[in-house]
Design a binder for this molecule. Structure first.
Ligand code: PLP
Length: 381
């Protein structure tokens, strides 16, 4: 039986048209873009053309575009750059405990080096409401929460910008999925190629004109001395192609995800009437996070559920992550007030290209079978 991939928030398969672009670049653009000979100039021309297309699609200037290797690198660059730029004075940061680890663990690291790090508590849906950060501080927040799908309200963005703080938006789960316009006034934005059918190994950092950025990587002064390292021509071209495709089909994919999300909610209610949806109705429809049980006596374990689904060819994500060999409840679910048991019975399904209602029926029936077996096993204990 075909595998059913329902984990598009973790990564997406590379679009066939993107693969063609990458393949052609690997074949036809072998030069180092910094070389002055013809091979180098051709690669440079292709990269600058990709930069212009990406900038224009995002409503930015080409000089504001910095290609990186991942969103993790983009985020680290912004947060650590701020620290270096403000030395020897102490810098102040604000973020939320429901952020991606690329942000949270970088800020915890910087805190160990002496910065001030304020964590703004999100509500039960993972939403950070308007607050007043200190003038001159840096605020880092996600546009769309990668576990819950909750969307950062524009009122929060306005409250930060009106306070005279600088703003970094981790827009990884938003690009190609929801309208980005409310986020684009941020001073810094981070994106990742592999979340919208582009290749892994390429990310993007958008730096608003006039914002200071200290490079994380020193060396050959590529990317206007903001990110040294020989540019991966093929991956950058693949990123630009994936972005063009994603934005051209955004409305259709959004509506399709919304339909699938609503369909799965109904399906789940029919097999687990007490299911709790942790994703809001008006969040990103691409992510549906739900808790199967709040009663520890039911002894449901999402790891066992995920392995059962996997054995039947279905890939989804759970509410816990393996850390140092043991399963830890997701920090996001903890941040929104879920108990360890609830986190342990939580699953995240994420939608993408090619998924149909029939696929969701297969998922629901398989899940139902697994839960029934678990219940039966419990009665036999
Ligand atoms: N931020 C968010 C919201 C994400 O979902 C991810 C990836 O899971 C990242 C950052 C990190 O992206 P990358 O895999 O490009 O480092």
């Amino acid at each position: 039986m075909n595998r059913l991939f329902l984990d598009f928030a973790s990564t997406t398969p590379v679009h066939p048209e993107v693969i063609s672009v990458i393949e052609s670049a690997f074949k036809n653009l072998p030069g180092n873009p910094s070389s002055i000979h013809d091979d180098g100039r051709k690669a440079r021309f292709a990269i600058e053309d990709a930069r212009e297309r990406v900038a224009s699609l995002l409503g930015k200037q080409p000089s504001e575009i910095v290609f990186t290797a991942s969103a993790t690198e983009s985020i680290n660059t912004v947060l650590k750059s701020w620290f270096f730029h403000h030395l020897p004075a102490k810098s102040t940061y604000y973020s939320s405990p429901a952020e991606h680890h690329a942000t949270l663990l970088t800020l915890e690291y910087l805190e160990s080096k002496g910065v001030e790090f304020h964590q703004i508590q999100p509500d039960q849906s993972g939403i950070v409401h308007p607050f007043q950060p200190e003038q001159g501080s840096l605020v880092s927040l996600m546009a769309v929460n990668n576990e819950l799908g909750s969307i950062l309200p524009s009122a929060t963005i306005q409250s930060v910008l009106n306070s005279g703080a600088s703003l970094h938006i981790d827009a990884v789960q938003a690009l190609g999925k929801i309208d980005l316009s409310t986020f684009m006034d941020a001073d810094f934005l981070s994106f990742s190629g592999h979340k919208f059918y582009g290749p892994r190994g390429v990310g993007l950092l958008v730096v608003k004109s006039g914002s200071d950025l200290e490079p994380l990587l020193h060396g050959g002064a590529q990317e206007r001395n903001r990110r040294s390292g020989t540019e991966p021509t093929a991956l950058i071209l693949g990123f630009a192609k994936a972005l063009e495709l994603a934005l051209a089909t955004q409305e259709t994919t959004f509506n399709q995800a919304l339909k699938l999300n609503n369909y799965l909610r109904k399906n789940l209610k029919s097999i687990v009437p007490e299911v709790q949806f942790n994703s809001q109705d008006d969040g990103s429809p691409f992510i549906l996070n739900f808790t199967l049980s709040s009663d520890p006596k039911e002894q449901i374990d999402s790891e066992a559920v995920i392995m059962g689904l996997d054995a039947k060819g279905i890939s989804v994500s759970s509410g816990s992550a393996c850390s140092s060999g043991s399963w830890e409840p997701s920090h996001v679910l903890k941040a929104i007030g879920k108990s360890d048991y609830e986190a342990q019975t939580t699953l995240r399904v994420s939608f993408g290209h090619g998924i149909t209602e029939t696929d969701l029926d297969r998922f629901t029936e398989t899940l139902d079978g697994i839960l029934k077996k678990m219940k039966l096993a419990l009665t036999l204990l």
